[in-house]
Ligand binder design. Structure first.
Ligand SMILES: Nc1ncnc2c1ncn2[C@@H]1O[C@H](COP(=O)(O)OP(=O)(O)OP(=O)(O)O)[C@@H](O)[C@H]1O
Length: 268
């Protein structure tokens, strides 16, 4: 788990709207190892999604470079699958068909129908959704939709899985179940994952490292906390773990300090 798969090198991102330039990211550098799970946390609007979108190839950098296995990222590609907070399933297709569509797009030319079916079912099994394979998105819960979104992303066998607040819209119990599923998947398929979250406990529970971003504009990486708690992790056990609590405390402290920085900088 020590080979860098993804390198962000001195990344700057500016957006221009009506002649006004906003400098969102300011010299962000980060190296992510193969199989590593990184959480990104920071106050709302600081630029977390922008950073993830740079890796997804959806936002171009103004300066610097994002490299996947030493090759510059210049656009989207199946080796970087994204799961957004608002599951984007096609409502007229069944759960099976939603995943099958992604499978066919990538493997349709290389594999026969039975192989495509097996691939689809394998990914639905990974997220425990085979029982609902014939249902349409309107007939399943938010948590189940998110599972299907994850299955669809995994079916591309991406080198990097990008999760943009994947559990943000879910109730606490469903969120907990999905966190467990993602931890299990990460262990099982040794995926490299970059996940944005607003939830400190979630960030620490899932990650090998938690990247904390400063407030925008011109957001940077303020600090990184390494979570050394052994895997598999059990949320109840971790509550008693001094290292876990220390990681948690450092992140809360960072966020509080940066919250304060904003409130004192604002005019009264
Ligand atoms: N395409 C764009 N054009 C102009 N400005 C943009 C664009 N995308 C993002 N921004 C601005 O960049 C800043 C960072 O946005 P971003 O969505 O990356 O933040 P975030 O940390 O993910 O926020 P949140 O936690 O609220 O989702 C915001 O001020 C946003 O308005």
């Amino acid at each position: 788990m020590s080979k860098p798969i993804l390198s962000l090198e001195n990344i700057y991102v500016d957006f221009e709207r009506d002649g006004v330039i906003s400098q969102v990211l300011d010299n962000v550098s980060l190296s992510i190892n193969k199989g590593e799970f990184l959480s990104i946390i920071g106050h709302s609007g600081c630029g977390k999604s922008t950073l993830l979108n740079v890796v997804a190839g959806l936002v171009p950098v103004t300066l610097g470079a994002a490299l996947l296995e030493n090759r510059e990222i210049t656009g989207p590609g199946p080796e970087r699958a994204v799961v957004f907070q608002n599951h984007s399933l096609l409502p007229w297709m069944t759960v099976y068909e939603n995943v099958r569509l992604a499978v066919a797009k990538l493997y349709g030319a290389k594999e026969n129908l039975s192989q495509l079916h097996d691939r689809t079912m394998r990914n639905l099994e990974l997220v425990k959704m085979t029982h609902a394979k014939d249902k349409r998105p309107g007939e399943i819960s938010g948590g189940m939709k998110q599972r299907v979104g994850i299955a669809r992303a995994l079916s591309m066998e991406p080198k990097v899985l990008l999760l943009d607040e994947p559990f943000g819209a879910l109730d606490a119990l469903t969120r907990g179940h999905l966190q467990d599923t993602v931890m299990e998947l990460h262990d099982r398929i040794k995926a490299t994952v970059l996940m944005i979250t607003h939830d400190v406990d979630e960030a620490v529970l899932l990650a090998d490292r938690v990247v904390m971003m400063t407030n925008g504009p011109k957001a940077r990486i303020g600090d990184i906390v390494e979570v050394k708690s052994p895997r598999p992790r059990d949320r109840r056990e971790l509550l008693k773990d001094a290292h876990f609590q220390d990681c948690r405390r450092r992140i809360v402290q960072f966020l509080e300090q940066h919250d304060h920085a904003v409130s004192v900088a604002e005019p009264a």
